[in-house]
Write a protein that binds this ligand. Structure first.
Ligand SMILES: [Zn+2]
Length: 170
């Protein structure tokens, strides 16, 4: 094991609290965090430095964009709905599943002691490619529940719950 680890300059939590867990994971993935890093206690300040480094490398907008795609991919993956095209784009962004898994686990521990501001929780899940559910139309023809108690349904178009941000079913 290396005795010293290069940790970037002085951590500032003001930047990090504006980032959701997914955004922090993307930043850590892009940082110099060693591939076999282990947490140094419950509040590991090294993570703050690496998150800041990742943001400096990719830029705030790119962090958000990649995190949104990561959310979108996770959403599909959980339902076994990813397509080869969407998987390919995901792997281009995150070639190492192992590093991504480490980055996600480190990012989630940081949420416990650097709480995200409310706006940081609004990260939309974005599908990078044609939506496998609606084929990119953004809407679905279905029976929509108008009133559950009386069993009132109406048939028509509604927003696709997979690729539209307000579609619910998080
Ligand atoms: Zn869709």
């Amino acid at each position: 094991m290396p005795a010293t680890i290069a940790v970037p300059h002085a951590p500032a939590t003001e930047l990090v609290d504006e980032l959701s867990g997914m955004e922090r994971a993307v930043a850590l993935y892009a940082s110099d965090m060693p591939g076999r890093y282990r947490l140094q206690g419950p509040e590991d300040r090294n993570l703050i430095g690496w998150i800041a480094q990742g943001v400096a490398r990719l830029g705030r907008e790119e962090i958000r964009r990649r995190a949104s795609y990561l959310c979108g991919h996770r959403k599909l993956w959980l339902r076994d709905m990813t397509t080869p095209e969407i998987d390919r784009r995901h792997k281009e962004r995150f070639p190492s599943a192992r590093r991504l898994s480490l980055a996600e686990s480190m990012a989630s521990t940081s949420l416990l002691w650097v709480r995200p501001v409310p706006a940081a929780r609004d990260l939309p899940a974005v599908i990078d490619g044609p939506c496998p559910k609606c084929d990119g139309a953004g809407k679905l023809w279905a029976n929509w529940v108008i009133d559950d108690a009386s069993g009132w349904f109406e048939e028509g178009y509604g927003p696709c719950w997979v690729c539209q941000p307000e579609g619910g079913a998080a």
